[in-house]
Design a protein around this ligand. Structure first.
Ligand code: BDR
Ligand code: CA
Length: 317
């Protein structure tokens, strides 16, 4: 199994990504690290713990990280994720598992050293923690096997501004540091994530399924379907987890990347120049059917599925 860290700003789609990571048979979640993004740091940490507890994965250690971007104030995304970040999901608020004393960047570095050359870090929020981890350990790009980043809008429009995607826009300086560090990285941006959607029809069907994973998907999706009244919504973060498990789900192009940090109207814009020698890969195509099969099978979302068991690390980093 592939050891992974999930760096999250939980968040509706982060919650689903946690569920997928805990149930996909290819992956073993060594730790969850949290960052301010969709909601504030305290809430992203609380939400992550709630999801882990709900899925019976309380043993997975959680470490809190940056409470704001490197150089800017924090701006949340509550209109899309609800006031509590989990769309008001009725999941228990009990949080039994450990919150580590170490910070998220420290845990990323420590785990990268421990699983040198094998660890995949899946970045599902602003890149602040990873940028701070690079400052702590400049050899991080060599220690980590691969970063999978949900971030960027390369050949498509943004979702916060016409040119920028939320995670990169939130902390463009951190994204620049991560790019300049030279990780082997796959960028799973809006170019591919907006194609992957949970539909209202599928969501309504989940109401009949009693087990914990289906309840998670149903409950956290309430906000989108009942409050925002959308007919489908994009599974951004679950796709990045799926790519960590099965890289062949996306096809991409090697490219040199840059992130605009100013002027304000270009903040967070991701620029790329194809270059076969580059260490970054921009995902340009996705096998949506294969993703949905993995998502449904791992989370037990097909009718008549038995209870799905979450897998988790047995020992803390
Ligand atoms: C990204 O922004 C957040 O709101 C989502 O959780 C996802 O990580 C999509 O732009
Ligand atoms: Ca996220």
């Amino acid at each position: 199994m592939i050891p992974i860290i999930l760096d999250v700003d939980t968040g509706v789609d982060d919650a689903l990504a946690l569920g997928l990571a805990l149930t996909a048979r290819e992956l073993s979640v060594m730790a969850v690290t949290t960052v301010a993004g969709n909601v504030d740091l305290e809430q992203t940490t609380r939400n992550s713990r709630r999801v882990l507890d709900w899925l019976g994965a309380a043993a997975v250690p959680v470490a809190a990280g940056a409470s704001r971007p490197l150089l800017r104030p924090h701006s949340d995304a509550r209109p899309s994720h609800g006031p509590d970040g989990l769309g008001g999901a009725s999941l228990p608020t009990r949080q039994s598992g450990p919150i580590l004393d170490a910070t998220a960047p420290e845990v990323i570095v420590r785990t990268a050293r421990r699983y040198a050359g094998r660890l995949r870090v899946v970045c599902l929020g602003p890149l602040t923690n990873v940028a701070m981890a690079v400052r702590l350990e400049p050899r991080l790009p060599v220690l980590i096997e691969r970063l999978v980043v949900m971030g960027g809008a390369f050949a498509v429009s943004g979702n916060v501004t016409p040119v920028a995607e939320f995670n990169v826009w939130s902390d463009p300086e951190a994204a620049s540091i991560v790019i300049e560090a030279g990780f082997d990285a796959v960028w799973v941006g809006l170019d591919v994530t907006t194609i992957i959607r949970l539909t209202r029809v599928e969501w309504e069907r989940l109401a009949r399924l009693p087990h914990a994973t289906a309840r998670l998907v149903y409950e956290v999706s309430r906000w989108a379907f009942e409050e925002c009244r959308v007919e489908s919504y994009a599974l951004h973060d679950p796709l990045a987890v799926a790519v960590a498990a099965r890289p062949e789900l996306v096809a991409g192009e090697r490219a040199r990347l840059a992130v605009m940090t100013s002027p304000e109207e270009k903040r967070g814009q991701t620029l790329y120049v194809p270059d076969t020698n580059a260490t970054d890969v921009v995902a340009t195509k996705v096998d949506a059917e294969a993703f949905l099969r993995l998502f449904r099978n791992s989370l037990g979302l097909a009718d008549g599925n038995e209870r799905v068991t979450a897998r988790s690390a047995v020992d803390a980093p």
